[in-house]
Design a binder for this molecule. Sequence first.
Ligand code: MG
Length: 167
Amino acid sequence: MTERKIDIVEETARKWLADRGVTIDHIADLVYYLQVKYYPDLEIEQCKENIEKVLSKREVQNAILTGIQLDILAEKGLLEEPLQDMLMRDEGLYGVDEIIALSIVNVYGSIGFTNYGYIDKQKPGVLEQLNKKSSNTCHTFLDDIVGAIAAAASSRLAHSAANVNVD
Ligand code: MG
């Protein structure tokens, strides 16, 4: 199998996720959490393979870069008010974080949407850590992005298991 070439956009998106403390293992645990009830023989390795496919999509990389950039600018105090304060407080009615995440959720069909809503409410694993509020960190976008990657990977896994063509 030939090695797929990773360009600067994908490389940076992957690096920023890691820099913000989110690993493929963290996301794989979320996919496992979402899917093991449907596939009792599910292995973590399958979860990781599906995450890799999700991360290879340009619209996913774009959402990661945009969301994490806004989190970082908020942490540095570089946004204008009132946006600066809304992002640092993770203001409940802001909602644009969820909208950016939607561009990830549906890359493998609309069942990703259901998975996303569920995991966003349950907040297992790394999502719980990202939601702990602190005065000097901002993960307003990151938590939704990570949940959305897990939801899309779960959706791809379900399509593959049903032998539906996925790429
Ligand atoms: Mg959020």
